[in-house]
Design a binder for this molecule. Structure first.
Ligand code: SF4
Length: 309
């Protein structure tokens, strides 16, 4: 199939699969994270502030799932006239907690005539064969998003991820053995101290794994985080938009053409964002990546070569 875009984007995939435009409704299962509550670490990843993921309808942690869903759908309907939705459990670590309690919440997320599927975001160390089987049995789980951020273990340590790239690879392998639900890897471009070459190494690392999709984020500095402290004291310098676009294109060129690209940008609300300024305009970032790819006459997978032994 010919894709008009220089990469295989999520919207196109959703349209192929469901026959119409599908929007994600961001929900919270009320979970926390082992990287915050002291189980693995405290303080969380240095860039993390859950408030920055909250939908425009406001904080929703304490609200019942059906209420969150109704509010999110009403908001998106008004704004985008979208006919169908994915219940997207994005907040913190969605598989961290009692499995039966969380599965009930996920079922509630599917309990709406216009919700076509579910998506979850989590950490590699919060998945096991039980989760793989139960979510598979739930049906309608369109993908599971697993945070990697970078394949560089020194950076993972620096940003306090409290897992390694090897743990990520093992989680992917375990998932593929136990579930048919597609895997989306979450990566960040512009992490403290990382060079373009390190970002490309992460792309090659993911190209060698049996995943199905990648979500690429620019790193933005959100108030109230450790990264904000580093930025304010001169210890972290965000990428320029030009650098971000160049590095992201390099990443996409090394990404297998069949992988679905969920995003090529991220943003937090303006009042929470310290830097970079360009990150608050998500459409401009997205457009800049596409325009530059067109100008360079390049595409996803252009530099991807599979080594078959
Ligand atoms: S693993 Fe996710 S939820 Fe936990 S601290 Fe890191 S970014 Fe935040």
């Amino acid at each position: 199939m010919v894709h008009a875009k220089p990469y295989r984007d999520l919207n196109g995939w959703l349209k192929e699969r469901f026959g119409c435009k599908v929007f994600k409704v961001s929900l919270s299962a009320g979970t926390t994270c082992p990287n915050i509550d002291g189980t693995l670490a405290t303080g969380g990843c240095t860039f993390c502030n859950d408030a920055s993921y909250a939908p425009r309808t406001g904080p929703r942690r304490e609200k019942p799932i059906r209420e969150q869903l109704a509010e999110g759908i009403a908001y998106l309907r008004k704004r985008h006239k979208s006919p169908k939705f994915i219940a997207y459990f994005q907040s913190f670590t969605s598989t961290y907690g009692d499995r039966e309690v969380l599965l009930d919440k996920f079922r509630a997320g599917l309990d709406h005539p216009d919700v076509v599927g579910l998506a979850l975001s989590t950490r590699p160390d919060c998945l096991n064969a039980g989760w793989a089987k139960d979510l598979n049995d739930l049906g309608k789980v369109c993908w599971i998003e697993i945070g990697l951020q970078t394949a560089n273990d020194a950076t993972l340590k620096k940003i306090n991820r409290a897992h390694t790239s090897r743990q990520f690879a093992e989680a992917v392998k375990m998932w593929k053995q136990n579930s048919a639900i597609p895997i989306c890897a979450h990566v960040i471009v512009g992490l403290p101290g990382e060079t373009k070459e390190e970002v490309l190494t992460t792309a090659r690392f993911l190209a060698d794994l049996p995943i199905d999709a990648v979500k690429i984020h620019n790193l933005h500095v959100v108030k109230g985080t450790q990264l904000a402290q580093e930025y304010l004291t001169g210890g972290y310098q965000p990428l320029t938009l030009e650098e971000y676009v160049d590095w992201t294109i390099g990443f996409l060129e090394l990404t297998p053409p069949q992988y679905i690209i969920h995003r090529v940008n991220a943003h937090a609300p303006r009042h929470l964002t310290l830097a970079p300024d360009w990150s608050v305009n998500k459409l401009a970032v997205f457009n800049a990546v596409e325009k530059e790819m067109e100008q360079r006459d390049t595409r996803q997978g252009k530099n991807y070569y599979q080594v078959i032994c």
